[in-house]
Design a protein around this ligand. Sequence first.
Ligand SMILES: [Ca+2]
Length: 326
Amino acid sequence: STTLQMAKKLVVVDTDCGIDDAQAILMALAAPNVEVLAVTCVFGNTVVENVCQNVLKVLSVCEREGIPVFRGCAGPLVGANNLCSDHFGTDGFGDVMKDRDPRWEEKIQKENAVDAMIRLVTENPNQVSLVALGPLTNLALAVRLDPGFPQKLRELYIMGGNMEGIGNVTLCAEFNFAMDPESAFIVLEEFTCPTYVASWEYSCRNSLPWEFFDQLINQDTPAAALMKKITSKCWAYSKEAMRNKRDVYFNPGFVSYDAYAMAACVDGSVVTETVRCPVRVELHGSMSRGMMALDRTNELKKIHSVHVLTKCDVERFAQLLLGSVQ
Ligand SMILES: [Ca+2]
């Protein structure tokens, strides 16, 4: 059939695997038009050792253990790793896992994540879509080790940053960028491939009703059961979370952050409006370190512009989420 003849989109997922990363990885695994070449791990929602174990758990639930998992950076380029979030529990998966695999390290590839990323992209020039769901440390190191790395990518999707100066972990900065502002700066200056940024405000402005979340996790499938389990004791998915900082700025709702970047990669029609402009990450402000600034009047005289996602087909996005747990 034509479907079989159609080349699949080759995807590398770089993740700090918390609960929303798991949802995004499930979406990639379920997409018939996507082949996940590798999952590379980075610190963020939890320490990188937990990230590796969480990724293995997701792959195991989907019986996709053949996809190689690589360990990457354990902290940011500059400064101490003291921001590690407990948003999704200390282990990133809501602290409910009792059946930790004592032999998980044997299941992680020997090659480190940054080397693997460079190798896979070099082996498949201009074919690999990279989807970055955590702090951008692995990507920043990749361009330092191989300056030609961005030119060999087909495209880059990032969940991170902000477009209206609204922060979540600090007043003006979003978590992934705030965790490693220098890496975010390097990536947005030096990755000249087509780049799509799903910011914090983009995901919050395209939230789904909590009733949809209940429908999603109550599907009778192993993937839905995993999502139900890891969200069961997590504050971020509790009733109290419905009156949090996010709701001061946006309408209350269920926001699966990383899934918005993955959805854009899996099905571009989900994104219905973008702003194309140069961007830069602030490194110095006492309130704005890690903030992404949009340069819509080209004051920075940059050559490269990125696609900042602004509007989403929420119905289509909801369909992709439901499909991701089937
Ligand atoms: Ca993430």
